[in-house]
Ligand binder design. Sequence first.
Ligand SMILES: Cc1cc2nc3c(=O)[nH]c(=O)nc-3n(C[C@H](O)[C@H](O)[C@H](O)COP(=O)(O)O)c2cc1C
Length: 193
Amino acid sequence: MSNPLLQIIVGSTRPGRAGLSIAHWIEKAAVEHGAFDVELVDLAEVGLPLLDEPNHPRLRQYTKDHTKAWSATVDRADAFVVVMPEYNHSFNGALKNAIDFLFHEWAHKPVGTVSYGGVAGGIRAVQQLKPVLAALSMVPMVAAVPIPFFAQHLSGEGDERTFTPNDEVAAGATAMLDALAGWIPASRTLRAG
Ligand SMILES: Cc1cc2nc3c(=O)[nH]c(=O)nc-3n(C[C@H](O)[C@H](O)[C@H](O)COP(=O)(O)O)c2cc1C
């Protein structure tokens, strides 16, 4: 059997976002982890409009090409890492909108979070995202990776910035990737059923 597919979802979409640099770090860590095939899914490139489907996503009666493409992307994943900022003590709107577009495609799949921000490291946003993930029958990993004062770990300029984790963040990432890999067999069983 081929390696399970882990998608790294870049949740922030604004120009100059830090999320892309942080996503490139966790993408590399996931490849080096060895348990996954890894795909970066950048919501800025996916380019979804605000939800514009007339039918509930549960029905899977998509009318727009962008929804069908987004459905195919998420459908092929076995697990996710969401790289997410904290905006006003919650998750950002583009991420929620992308989640709301689909339903069955998310179900029973494990999801880890890499969040970042000031002193709270984005963990308030993660805690608020968990009920959303639960509504979709997703399995959020307890082993989350919050990154407080993330800017201290960035070097370089613009989208070319490099994120270098400290030891605690690097160890947290390994624990999260281990947890995701551990959930995949159960997830596949549930999805097959
Ligand atoms: C609209 C907005 C709201 C923000 N609110 C928070 C916040 O509640 N907590 C926090 O730690 N940082 C907050 N910040 C600062 C972000 O942590 C910082 O701008 C970070 O770079 C955002 O991620 P991004 O660059 O990937 O978009 C906010 C930033 C923006 C743009």
